[in-house]
Design a protein around this ligand. Structure first.
Ligand SMILES: [Zn+2]
Ligand SMILES: [Zn+2]
Ligand SMILES: [Zn+2]
Ligand SMILES: [Zn+2]
Length: 352
């Protein structure tokens, strides 16, 4: 992620900041600047973006001013129309039960990851709201916990109803326990995954959303040529087979992860998530001058830079005993899948 300068004192601001730690100015993500900016409190309780060329009158998102899990602003006009939530928070259909200890902290982590997701979607020009109207299907999020079985125990239990992280008809559900570091690492080990992160869940599930928005009934034959036939076998048959037999031994080289071998829809979502990883890493590297550019319409140029960058950063992580930053190896087959996704993104970008 980029850094932003404090307009009052030029201190470096981080994407999730709400206050400048040097001059104590209040901060907020301005929808006019599409950046984290210093905001000035006005006598009527509203704020003004201090960027001279913007100077938009702003109001804090309800989840910022009241709940403390957001740092985005909405415009004064949006507030006058009765809007209370920012462009990220207004997609929430369900939030965790905040009376449960620990849920607010986990919700804050989920929102932080979601804001990063939206930053990348906007960087790519992918639709999630069209001219202020909801895209069809509308994009929504539900952050839910497994049904509590024992008093005060929010952890999953055989007796309660489990919540499955997934996507259906535009609704992305994420189990709140994924925001618990210990629980998530345990699941990563159980499933033998190279990575398991909150941002990774968002990037995977949004891949299912874009399949439905941009591929379904539009480009299915071409998608089948690259990812395989999603109608045969059916999803439930593929799911059963995957959990009985596991991935084929030779999956590396053809798929970005073992899970991607389960069904063409999962292959698409895993590859889409990996594409967003790459774009986010290159955007950050470009901003810090590590690479000459960030996102590039030329996929080959992006892949060349990304391959070189991954080798270096994997070694740095190994020096620190961390997981590889980029465990995936981009073979020609995987590059072909990325190429399909890149072309889909560029087409959607031109339509925006
Ligand atoms: Zn400052
Ligand atoms: Zn502004
Ligand atoms: Zn918000
Ligand atoms: Zn999936």
């Amino acid at each position: 992620m980029r850094h932003y300068p404090c307009q009052r004192c030029d201190n470096r601001l981080f994407f999730d900041n709400t206050l400048c730690l040097v001059c104590h100015s209040e901060l907020g993500w301005c929808p006019g600047c599409h950046a984290l900016v210093t905001v000035d409190l006005q006598p009527d309780g509203r704020y003004r973006c201090v960027d001279d060329t913007c100077a938009t009158l702003l109001v804090k998102c309800h989840n910022y001013s009241v709940e403390g899990v957001c740092n985005r602003m909405i415009t004064s006009e949006e507030a006058d129309r009765g809007m209370t939530l920012c462009d990220c928070c207004r997609h929430n259909q369900a939030i965790p039960d905040l009376s449960v200890p620990g849920h607010r902290e986990r919700w804050a982590k989920l929102e932080s990851a979601k804001r990063r997701l939206f930053y990348t979607l906007d960087l790519l020009g992918l639709p999630h709201e069209v001219d202020g109207r909801r895209a069809n299907p509308p994009l929504a999020f539900a952050f839910l916990a497994d049904e509590v079985a024992a008093e005060g125990d929010w952890h999953s239990s055989d007796e309660g109803m489990p919540v499955f992280t997934g996507h259906a008809g535009g609704l992305i559900t994420i189990n709140v326990k994924e925001a618990d570091d210990v629980e998530r690492e345990r699941l990563r080990n159980d499933f033998n995954e190279a990575h398991r992160t909150l941002i990774g869940h968002f990037r995977h599930e949004i891949g299912h959303y874009y399949w439905e928005l941009l591929i379904k009934n539009r480009d299915e034959p071409a998608c089948i040529e690259v990812f395989g036939d999603h109608n045969n076998p059916s999803y439930s048959e593929a799911l059963d087979r995957h959990y009985q037999q596991g991935p084929p031994n030779d999956w590396r080289g053809r798929f970005v992860s073992a899970y991607a071998t389960m069904h063409p829809w999962e292959d698409f979502a895993e590859t889409f998530g990996f594409y967003l990883d790459m774009v986010a890493i290159l955007d950050t590297a470009g901003h810090f001058g590590i690479t000459p550019t960030g996102f590039d319409e030329d996929l080959e140029a992006m892949l060349t830079t990304f391959r070189r960058l991954s080798l270096g950063f994997n070694e740095m992580n190994r020096e620190m005993g961390l997981l590889d930053l980029v465990p995936e190896v981009i073979t020609p087959t995987i590059a072909c899948k990325l190429c399909y996704i890149h072309d889909m993104v560029l087409a959607a970008r031109r339509q925006q």
